[in-house]
Write a protein that binds this ligand. Structure first.
Ligand code: SF4
Ligand code: SF4
Length: 474
C-alpha cells in the first residue's frame, strides 16, 4: 500500500489540470511488438465492423440492431419482438463473458476490441501523426500562432476527420436500419431521403465531437464499463502493470548513468525516462499502479521495452502481470470467482443454444377479438371470431398457408384473406378468422382448440385458443 502522499494522483484524472480545465494529451507515437499485434487485430475488427451490416447469411444481415422495428440479428440469427427473451439471454451472456474476461485479464477489451479505442488510436490518431507529426511537433504546433502552416494542417485534419465521421455514421445507420436500406438510399440519392439525412448529420456531429475533441474522456468519464473496473479487478487479474519491485528496488528509480553499478547503489531498473508517460493516450503514469484511466493499450509496455533494450536491461519492466505475480511471484490461476462465471456462462450458453434450436421459424398468434363472446347460428353452429398474426422469421417467403383444427371438427373461415395466403420473408401476415363448430361437438362453455398452420401439406406451427360456447347445450 502506498502512502497517502503517493496516492494523491488518484484524487484527479490525468486529462484535467489543476484549474479543472481540459489538459490536452499529446501521446507519443507508439511502436513495438504489442502495437504491431494490436494493428493486426484492429485491421480485422475494422473490416468486421464495416462489413457486418452488409454481409448476409441465409438472407439475414449478419448484425443488425433495428431498435425502431424491434428486430435484431446476431450472427445472422434473427430475433423478433416475440424472441425478446432470447435476445435478453444473449445480452446477459455477452455481459458475463466481458465480466469474466475483465476479472481475468483486466480492461483488455478496452485496449484491443472496443470500437472507441480502435477508431481513435488506429484511425484518427494515426491520421493526426501523419499530418501533425509526433508528440513534440504536435505540442509545438498547438502553441504556434494561426499562420498558414497551422491553418492548412488543421483544415486538412478536420476535413478528413469529418469525412471519416460521416462514413462511420453510414455504417452505424446500416446497423440500425439495415445495410440494404442504406445502399438503396445512397443509390437513390440524399434528395430522396432528406428525413434520413438529418439523423445522419447528428451521428456525424457526435462521432466528430468524440474523435476530434472528446477522445480519451469517453473511456475515463463516460464509459460505464470503465467504472466497473474497481469492482471487478482483484490482485489476481492480469493487467498492464509496472513491476515496482524490480523498477524501484531498495532506493527507488533513478536516471540512467553510463557505467554506474545500479545494483550496488540499490536503484531499480526504472531509469525515470518518462517515456511510458509520454506514450500513454490517457496521460497517466502507470508506475503509480493500476488506475481507472488505463485502457490496457500496451503502448507503455512497448515503450519501456525499447528503453530497456537500449540500456541493456531485461525487458518486461512494464508487462501483463497480476499484482500477486509482481508481489509474490504467483503465476496466473483460475480463482473461485472466475470458475463461477465460467459455470454460469456454460449453463446460459447451453440454455440459449437449446432455445435457438427449439425455436420455430414461424410464430402464430391467434387471439379472441376483444369484447366478442360467441354467435349462435343456424343448424346449431356456434361461431367465435379471432384475429391472427403469423410472423415469418426466415428470409424466404412462406406460401400456400392455411389453418386446420386438430382437436375439434369444424370450419375455419378467413375474412378478407384468401384461404391459402402468403407470409412474406421476414414479414408478417395478419387478419381475422371465424371458427365454426357444431354445438353438439363442444364440451362446455370453454373449449381449448388446437389450430395447425400449414404451408401446403407441411405443418409449420401449432397454437391454441379458447373457444366459447353456451353454458348449457343439451
Ligand atoms: S519507460 Fe520504463 S524506464 Fe522509462 S520511466 Fe517508464 S518504467 Fe521507467
Ligand atoms: S498506462 Fe499503458 S496501457 Fe494503460 S493506457 Fe497508458 S499506455 Fe496504455
Amino acid at each position: 500500500m502506498q502512502s497517502p502522499e503517493k496516492e494523491k494522483f488518484r484524487d484527479s484524472i490525468g486529462t484535467i489540470n489543476e484549474e479543472g480545465k481540459r489538459a490536452w494529451i499529446f501521446p507519443k507515437k507508439p511502436s513495438g511488438k504489442w502495437y504491431q499485434y494490436r494493428k493486426y487485430v484492429s485491421y480485422f475488427l475494422l473490416a468486421f465492423l464495416v462489413a457486418a451490416p452488409f454481409v448476409k447469411i441465409n438472407g439475414n444481415q449478419f448484425l443488425m440492431f433495428n431498435i425502431l422495428e424491434r428486430r435484431f440479428n446476431i450472427f445472422s440469427f434473427p430475433f423478433w419482438p416475440q424472441d425478446f427473451h432470447l435476445f435478453v439471454i444473449s445480452m446477459i451472456i455477452g455481459v458475463i463473458f466481458i465480466t469474466l474476461f475483465t476479472v481475468a485479464f483486466g480492461r483488455i477489451f478496452c485496449g484491443w476490441i472496443c470500437p472507441q479505442t480502435i477508431f481513435l488510436e488506429m484511425v484518427f490518431r494515426r491520421i493526426e501523426f501523419w499530418i501533425d507529426g509526433d508528440r513534440a511537433k504536435q505540442i509545438k504546433l498547438a502553441k504556434q500562432e494561426w499562420h498558414a502552416e497551422k491553418i492548412r494542417k488543421r483544415l486538412l485534419k478536420w476535413s478528413i476527420f469529418l469525412i471519416i465521421s460521416f462514413l462511420i455514421s453510414n455504417v452505424f445507420l446500416a446497423y440500425l436500419i439495415g445495410g440494404d436500406k442504406v445502399i438503396q438510399y445512397v443509390v437513390e440519392g440524399p434528395a430522396e431521403h432528406l428525413s434520413t439525412l438529418f439523423p445522419l448529420g447528428i451521428f456525424t456531429a457526435v462521432f466528430y465531437f468524440v474523435f476530434a475533441w472528446f477522445r480519451e474522456q469517453v473511456c475515463i468519464i463516460a464509459c460505464p464499463y470503465g467504472r466497473l473496473q474497481g469492482v471487478l479487478l482483484d490482485n489476481k487479474s492480469i493487467v498492464v502493470a509496472y513491476d515496482y519491485k524490480r523498477g524501484e528496488s531498495e532506493n527507488g528509480r533513478k536516471k540512467w548513468r553510463k557505467g554506474e553499478d545500479r545494483e550496488a547503489l540499490g536503484h531499480g531498473d526504472c531509469i525515470d525516462c518518462a517515456q511510458c508517460v509520454h506514450v500513454c493516450p490517457t496521460g497517466i503514469d502507470i508506475r503509480n499502479g493500476t488506475q481507472l484511466e488505463c485502457v490496457n493499450c500496451t503502448a507503455c509496455i512497448d515503450e519501456c521495452d525499447t528503453i530497456m533494450e537500449k540500456v541493456g536491461l531485461e525487458k518486461g519492466l512494464i508487462r501483463y502481470a497480476s499484482e500477486d505475480e509482481i508481489e509474490k511471484k504467483e503465476p496466473f490461476k483460475l480463482t473461485a470467482r472466475m470458475k463461477g462465471y465460467i459455470a454460469v456462462l456454460i449453463i446460459l450458453t447451453g440454455v440459449l443454444t437449446g432455445m435457438l434450436f427449439l425455436r420455430n421459424d414461424v410464430e402464430a398468434r391467434v387471439l379472441r377479438l376483444p369484447g366478442q363472446l360467441f354467435e349462435h347460428k343456424e343448424n346449431n353452429i356456434i361461431s367465435n371470431v379471432f384475429t391472427f398474426k403469423l410472423v415469418n422469421k426466415t428470409s424466404k417467403e412462406i406460401d400456400d398457408v392455411s389453418f386446420k383444427l386438430r382437436t375439434y371438427k369444424g370450419n375455419i373461415k378467413l375474412v378478407s384473406t384468401q384461404e391459402d395466403f402468403i407470409v412474406p420473408a421476414q414479414g408478417l401476415a395478419e387478419g381475422t378468422m371465424f371458427i365454426e363448430i357444431n354445438k353438439s361437438d363442444l364440451n362446455g362453455d370453454k373449449n381449448k382448440l388446437m389450430i395447425e398452420v400449414y404451408s401446403g401439406d407441411k405443418l409449420i406451427e401449432t397454437t391454441t385458443v379458447n373457444f366459447l360456447g353456451p353454458r348449457s347445450y343439451n
